[in-house]
Design a protein around this ligand. Structure first.
Ligand code: SAM
Ligand code: SF4
Length: 327
């Protein structure tokens, strides 16, 4: 078991398999990042990903989510999914869905049934402004494809005040007849993303906006949920709010992260990292290194961003960019 000093058990690992992406979402990728993508030799190769994942599974991890960057742009992603699917775990994926149609049969064959898709706007122009790429129709078609093929689909929307917040009701309308779970994520600060507290559309603001349009009920959240879940009366799907900035859910966090260069983070906002890949390459025992990293986990948000939102600045937080962590 991977238990920290606050008695939280960690059974969920997110593995970033690349820091590269086929979109350029403004809130995620710093403008100067394309020049600093990782060299192949500093990334975990496929065998290394599998060896490290096995140690985590032996230590009690029961769920692994692949993320990135965009996981589906990694050229060995088929092999990674196939090999991880042999472990006794629930395998899941977070993707921008641009390439989903090329991989959907593989997902079915390997039993990967849970896919989180990011979509920040239902308007093609806003999508293009936010992602700097013209893939709107492809993404929308691929979300429909996932639903048609019976996948469990969560749709992640990062809410940015005065950019897309007025689209929240339209996103909720999508849950009327589809078994779709829309999640509104408060905008978070990461190195280089130019975060400003005035761009955060808070959980409270989201709920008041939803109230103006729908009658909805609170659902019971599962023990390690990082979202508060709701359902509009007579809708098939649900909606949820991930309120990391205004009402974090750190008390029940069960998540650990591994970056594509093999560094373990015990929190999305942790300052410190454990170099698991270097240890593996040196032939060291990974178990005590992983256990110590878990033990050092801070009570909330990596011990950072403690004060009022207005006093937080993306530049003073010690962390990586989101694209190089893996959300
Ligand atoms: N490329 C994949 C995707 O977009 O789904 C996986 C990686 S992406 C970093 C994972 C998630 O992080 C996405 O849902 C994205 O919207 C979210 N994300 C990125 N930057 C964020 C930020 N600054 N605040 C909140 N969520 C963010
Ligand atoms: Fe790429 Fe996902 Fe980041 Fe957008 S949010 S730039 S799709 S990694």
């Amino acid at each position: 078991m991977l238990v920290d000093s606050f008695h939280r058990n960690h059974d969920y690992l997110r593995i970033s398999i690349t820091d590269k992406c086929n979109l350029r979402c403004l809130y995620c990728m710093p403008l100067d990042l394309p020049e600093s993508f990782l060299a192949t030799r500093s990334m975990m190769n496929v065998d290394e990903i599998i060896s490290i994942a096995k140690v985590f599974v032996d230590l009690g991890v029961t769920k692994i989510r692949l993320t990135g960057g965009e996981p589906l742009v990694r050229k060995e992603v088929r092999e990674i999914i196939s090999r991880l699917s042999k472990f006794p775990i629930q395998l899941a994926l977070t993707t921008n869905a641009v390439l989903v149609d090329e991989f959907i049969d593989l997902f079915v064959e390997t039993g990967l049934r849970s896919v989180n898709v990011s979509l920040d706007s239902l308007d093609a122009t806003t999508f293009e402004i936010l992602s700097q790429r013209k893939h709107f129709s492809k993404v929308v078609d691929n979300i429909q494809l996932l639903l048609d093929r019976g996948f469990h689909v969560k749709l992640n929307m990062v809410v940015l005040k005065d950019v897309n917040h007025l689209e929240i009701p339209a996103f909720i309308k999508m849950t009327k007849n589809a078994n779709l779970h829309v999640r509104f994520i408060e905008f978070m600060p990461f190195t280089g993303n130019g975060w400003d507290h005035q761009q955060v559309f808070s959980s409270e603001e989201i709920l008041s906006l939803v109230e103006e349009h729908f009658e909805f009920e609170k659902l019971n959240d599962r023990p390690n949920d990082t979202a508060r879940n709701f359902k509009v009366k007579n809708h098939t799907g649900t909606f949820a709010i991930i309120s990391t900035m205004t009402d974090p859910f750190c008390d029940t966090c069960n998540r650990l992260r591994l970056t594509s260069d093999g560094k373990m983070k015990n929190c999305l906002f942790s300052k410190g990292e454990a170099d698991i890949l270097a240890a593996l390459r040196n032939g060291e025992d990974l178990v005590p290194i992983i256990q110590q990293c878990v033990w050092q986990k801070k009570a909330a948000r990596g011990g950072q961003m403690m004060g009022h939102l207005a006093n937080i600045s993306a530049e003073t937080i010690e962390n990586r960019s989101m694209i190089s962590i893996g959300g």
